[in-house]
Design a protein around this ligand. Structure first.
Ligand SMILES: NC(=O)c1ccc[n+]([C@@H]2O[C@H](COP(=O)([O-])OP(=O)(O)OC[C@H]3O[C@@H](n4cnc5c(N)ncnc54)[C@H](OP(=O)(O)O)[C@@H]3O)[C@@H](O)[C@H]2O)c1
Length: 324
């Protein structure tokens, strides 16, 4: 099979597209012929050896996919050749075939096609776990989403709206905020030209957002946290900006606020029943038209490096996918 390989750590241009041996399933595993793979920010971190997981070289990046089961290992009874599935792995999906535990695959629902199926699990799974489980966002509360037009950000907008919250989208351009509007956000802040704190004060009548969803970090974190409402929850999602912010803890005291860590990959491993319940609820929302994965760019697998560069250049809105 063909695969995009990380043979040495570095930027996307160091990836190579090569023929490698087809994977064979072990007991309990399946092999899936990948139809589409979703691109996520952790892919650009893992190839630079900057991610929590540090796979041995060489490896293929790529953490989520849709496809068709093409081989099943011994003992697998609930998946068969020909099944259409989606799934997530830590790495390995930027290839024509991916091997994983059968239990980590999920039958693809009618409401998704292969492209949208590859653009769903990781971003919506993260944002659902963050907002419902970790942030306990309830109807009528106000949610601020930073990096709101990105992969996890846009999913957070839609899930926030499905939960009945008022959603403030913050992003770096009018074009990105327009995408947020199309996906249901109520209020908009262009943090490249507007003062985040002043705008939050104006939009919330001085009260501040109840829940802040932060996948960006860097210089937005502190002004956002200073603006949080009494009993607010600040969700630490990631640091796309590259800088891990340091927050003065007195701010948490003054607002009776919580700083809440979110690590979806670990959650799916440690609490698989909770993860599957989340996915099933979101499949209902897809059927009801409440969730609508947005794909803004498609790249051939051979050009997968360009897909990662697209994310790094801050050009993506919603999801970028790679097609073998
Ligand atoms: N905790 C978890 O379980 C979990 C799961 C998945 C992802 N994540 C993390 O969530 C973050 C976002 O992932 P994603 O896949 O949604 O990425 P994405 O689609 O690239 O979105 C990231 C957003 O961050 C903003 N940004 C600010 N500075 C940036 C920079 N220097 N380079 C790139 N983007 C920058 C951009 O929005 P503006 O241009 O509007 O500022 C961009 O839309 C990453 O840090 C990722 O590691 C965490």
């Amino acid at each position: 099979m063909k695969a995009l390989l990380c043979r040495q750590h570095g930027m996307p241009d160091t990836l190579v597209y090569e023929e490698i041996e087809d994977p064979a399933p072990q007991a309990g595993e399946v092999v899936v012929d990948v139809r589409a793979a979703g691109v996520n920010f952790p892919d650009v971190l893992i190839i630079q050896n900057k991610y929590q997981a540090k796979p041995a070289l060489p490896f293929s990046p790529g953490a989520e996919f849709s496809g068709v089961v093409s081989a099943v290992g011994a003992g697998v009874t609930d998946r068969k050749i020909g099944d259409r599935v989606i799934g997530s792995v830590t790495y390995g999906a930027f290839a024509e075939k991916v091997k994983l535990a059968a239990a980590r695959t999920i039958p693809m629902p009618d409401g998704l096609d292969f492209e949208r199926g590859a653009a769903f699990l990781l971003t919506y799974g993260t944002s659902y776990h963050a907002l419902v489980d970790r942030g306990v966002l309830t109807a009528g509360e106000t949610l601020l989403v930073l990096g709101a037009a990105g992969g996890v950000g846009l999913a957070a907008i839609e899930i926030g709206k499905a939960l009945g919250a008022r959603v403030i989208a913050a992003a770096s351009s009018a074009e990105k905020l327009q995408v947020c509007r199309e996906h249901g956000a109520d209020e908009f802040i262009d943090y490249s030209s507007e003062d985040l704190r002043e705008r939050l004060r104006a939009i919330t009548g001085g009260r501040g957002p109840d829940v802040i969803y932060d996948p960006v970090g860097g210089s937005y974190a502190e002004p956002a946290f200073r603006s949080i409402a009494w009993r607010g929850r600040y969700l630490v999602i990631g640091f796309a900006n590259g800088e891990i912010p340091k927050l003065p803890l007195n701010l948490a005291l003054l607002k009776g606020a919580s700083i809440v860590g979110v690590f979806w990959g670990q959650y799916t491993q440690l609490e698989p029943a909770g993860f599957l319940a989340d996915v099933n609820r979101m499949f209902e929302w897809i059927a009801e038209g409440k969730l609508n994965p947005h794909i803004s760019a498609r790249f051939a697998l051979a050009d997968g490096a360009r897909a990662l560069e697209h994310l790094l250049a801050r050009r993506a809105t919603g999801k970028v996918i790679v097609l073998p």
